[in-house]
Design a protein around this ligand. Structure first.
Ligand code: URA
Length: 263
């Protein structure tokens, strides 16, 4: 196996990062500094050290994380909690998140140390479906639904969104649904607005533009107050993984994601 691949798959860092570590002389193979990322090593018998610490091979890892609201999808942040604060630190150096969820969005987020897996999921031509459950202020009539399904303008200079699927789950007025809405503080609502229309539903998109679900629903006249990603491709969020928790994906789940055997 190549030295850079070994290091990336041992959660030392992403391929690009570990190549720099190698070139800068931070890596020793059997006691000798090696500066060639493509060097072939034997992961079973060679002793690889990064900054004097032995690196043990972990292989490719794939995590399902149930992101809670209130943390940002980033490795580090000066002021906010990040998704990595929920993980055991020393295993996570080479692990990265696949795509992003907004700070206030909950639900399914995948993390891996496998760049090819990330590429396959994020590559726009793959049209990977992502389904979000939402609660929003407003209502969606047939015309709004048609716009969401066919494509809608969500910002100046942006092209129409790709066709999406919309399914309204519940609609009515706020006071009848407020106990079902999983939101602690809804600042936009005061008691005078209890007759405000609200709607919940599922929106499935195949793109990954910034704040896309919120902007699509806004363009259709709704203001999202709760958002949770529930699936990516054929993979559903496992609801037994509580908010802030994670677990490894099973091989079957990885296959479900892509709808066929992975390689
Ligand atoms: N769309 C959004 O608006 N927010 C997310 O976090 C994900 C998709």
């Amino acid at each position: 196996m190549r030295l850079d691949k070994f290091l990336a798959e041992s959660s030392v860092g992403r391929r690009k990062v570990v190549r720099n570590y190698i070139k800068e002389g931070f890596i020793k193979v059997n006691g000798k500094i090696i500066t060639e990322p493509a060097m072939e090593i034997n992961e079973n018998s060679d002793v690889i050290k990064f900054l004097c610490k032995v690196v043990s091979y972990t292989g490719k890892v794939y995590y399902m994380f149930n992101k809670p609201a209130g943390c940002i999808t980033a490795r580090k942040d000066k002021t906010n909690k990040t998704i990595f604060d929920f993980f055991d630190d020393d295993k996570m150096n080479g692990v990265f998140h696949v795509g992003r969820l907004d700070k206030d969005t909950e639900g399914l987020l995948l993390l891996t140390n496998d760049g090819e897996f990330e590429h396959k999921l994020m590559y726009p031509q793959k049209h990977m479906e992502k389904t979000y459950f939402f609660w929003a202020l407003g209502s969606l009539d047939e015309e709004n639904k048609k716009q969401l399904q066919q494509g809608i303008y969500i910002g100046k200079g942006e092209i129409l969104t790709k066709p999406a699927k919309i399914e309204v789950h519940k609609c009515g007025i706020y006071k009848d649904f407020k106990h079902e809405m999983p939101i602690e503080n809804l600042n936009n609502i005061d008691s005078n607005q209890y007759n405000q229309p609200v709607v919940s539903g599922y929106l499935t998109i195949t793109e990954g533009r910034n704040h896309q679900v919120k902007r699509m629903l806004k363009a259709a006249g709704c203001y999202v107050v709760y958002l949770k990603r529930i699936s990516i491709g054929g993979l559903m969020l496992d609801e037994s993984v509580k908010k802030g928790q994670y677990r490894f994906l099973t091989e079957v789940e990885i296959q479900k994601l892509f709808g066929k055997p992975r390689y």
